[in-house]
Design a protein around this ligand. Structure first.
Ligand code: NAP
Length: 286
């Protein structure tokens, strides 16, 4: 029997409808969630992402600012912009589009963003809060993964979750969030021995390695939930995940497609974080 597709687009649309309702309620109190997106340089993919974020803000009734800095802008220029945005009361979330040009130190930039406006969830204090289990703004893609699983009605507690990939932006935070949801979590990476056998014991398999179609049916336990975070551009121009969708389809119980799976969730979770940051600064819902 074919796996059930987890439709990220539909789940994302449902969450956006909820955000729109909340935003309208805030507007009655004179509060408009505000997001600043900063892009340094002319990377075409980054430019598309920035455009999508601004469009999502517009659709949801948020205020947004897009700051486009020249490729050769200095780190000081960027830090001074962040300082200004940290102080701006109409901005509740700041997102600096990564990757940055080589001459700018990513860590210095992430550290400079006020933790209260850290809607990407990459600031070391946000990461610390996530690990401890304190309330914080969660990294968007990992939070989207958890939300998709929950909204599909899949129980996480007590399950064995295997995460393949240990990056700071996806693998590690997904693993921490699954642990927070009471899964038993194993993390695999490029040096893991017997990865196939380990993956095969997963009830929930999350893959974020950046290798097109690397994970086939031999890695999947029959009936497992397979979440494919990978987004890879094939030479044909088509997008592919890290999971070989067609190969896994008859083995998995649930599977996320690429495109249309985890991808649409990321910007939606960014909007949710911006809304949350706006509520927090105005002490709404405390
Ligand atoms: P990354 O920083 O390159 O990290 C890749 C991780 O995968 C590393 O931990 C690496 O292990 C591990 N890895 C690589 N090849 C492996 C292999 N053959 N077997 C086991 N582990 C392997 O990538 P990332 O930023 O986490 O992104 C991963 C994928 O998700 C990419 O396709 C990216 O485009 C996609 N992504 C999607 C979204 C979204 O919105 N849906 C957001 C972010 C990223 P080591 O640590 O040992 O090197």
């Amino acid at each position: 029997m074919s796996a059930q597709r987890i439709e990220g687009k539909q789940i994302s649309d449902a969450i956006r409808a909820e955000i729109a309702i909340e935003t309208a309620k805030l507007a009655e109190q004179g509060i408009i969630p505000g997001l600043a997106v900063v892009l340094v340089g002319n990377d075409p993919a980054s430019s598309v992402y920035v455009g999508s974020k601004a469009k999502a803000c517009e659709q949801l009734g948020f205020y947004s600012e897009v700051h486009r800095l020249e490729e050769q802008s200095s780190q000081e220029d960027l830090l001074s912009l962040i300082d200004q945005l940290n102080k701006q009361s109409n901005i509740h979330g700041i997102l600096v589009q990564l990757p940055l040009p080589k001459h700018i130190e990513e860590k210095a930039v992430i550290d400079a963003i006020s933790v209260h406006k850290d809607v990407d969830g990459f600031h070391p204090v946000s990461v610390g809060n996530l690990v401890i289990g304190d309330d914080s703004l969660l990294p968007c893609t990992p939070a989207g993964v958890i939300e998709m699983i929950k909204r599909t009605g899949i129980e996480i507690a007590g399950k064995h979750a295997v995460v393949i990939g240990r990056s700071n932006i996806v693998g590690k935070p997904v693993a921490m969030l699954l642990l927070r949801e009471h899964a038993t979590v194993t993390i695999c990476h490029s040096k893991t021995a017997n990865m196939e056998e380990i993956a095969k014991t997963a009830d929930i398999l999350v893959v974020a390695i950046g290798k097109p179609k690397a994970i086939g049916a031999s890695f999947v336990k029959p009936g497992a939930v397979v979440i494919d975070v990978g987004i890879n551009r094939l030479p044909s121009g088509k997008l592919a995940g890290d999971v070989d969708y067609d190969d896994v389809l008859d083995t998995a119980g649930y599977i996320t497609p690429v495109p249309g799976g985890v991808g649409p969730m990321t910007i939606t979770m960014l909007m949710l974080n911006t809304l949350k940051a706006a509520k927090q600064v105005n002490r709404i819902g405390e």
